[in-house]
Design a binder for this molecule. Sequence first.
Ligand code: DC
Length: 213
Amino acid sequence: MTDSLIIAFDGPAASGKGTLASVIAQDYGLPMLDTGLIYRAVGFQRAQKGLSLDDVQPMVEIARTLDTETLDNPALRGREAGEWASQVAAIPEVREALKQFQIDFAHQAGGAVLDGRDIGTVIAPDADVKIFVTARAEVRAHRRWLQLVKGNPNLSFEEVLTDIRLRDERDSSRASAPLEKAADAVLLDTTDLGIEAAIEHARRIVKDRRGSF
Ligand code: DC
């Protein structure tokens, strides 16, 4: 038994990884970082400043000077912010500028829980537990649509499904730190699982991997 525990959750958009990561972080009293939010924050600022995706240096500057205290801005959770995040996340220089902060967060004393796309592969390949959370695209789109339609009653399921497929494709096919399951990650497919069942699976995976931690 060690006194540090790093848990990595990776997976595609709306797979449920964020919810599972929060529950597990609470279970173990660990700090949690939703790394999608930092890409969302950079994408959001790029859009606000009217920068093109070719304006790499200004985007790197945004990433380098990002105030992580501002990640609770609800606008970052919106549909457009997800798309903007996926676009800037494909730029290697932006990823590099955000990397050390994430590495330091993961390796702080006591450990941490992080969720994202490349936590188990790039940010914390040494994580004690790696869980790759996925679900069929239609199921993920339906979950995301249920969240988003509250604020946007005209939003159709098909629009959300198109977004999800586009993001899956971009996040998985980019050259720099693409979305992929680490060889030693446990796969958790939540397609046929309700939230409680998914939480139970995640808890069991963590316990199994950690022994009696
Ligand atoms: O997890 P999310 O939907 O909030 O992430 C938004 C986008 O950010 C996602 O489409 C890809 C990118 N991202 C990434 O490339 N690497 C991460 N570790 C987290 C997110």
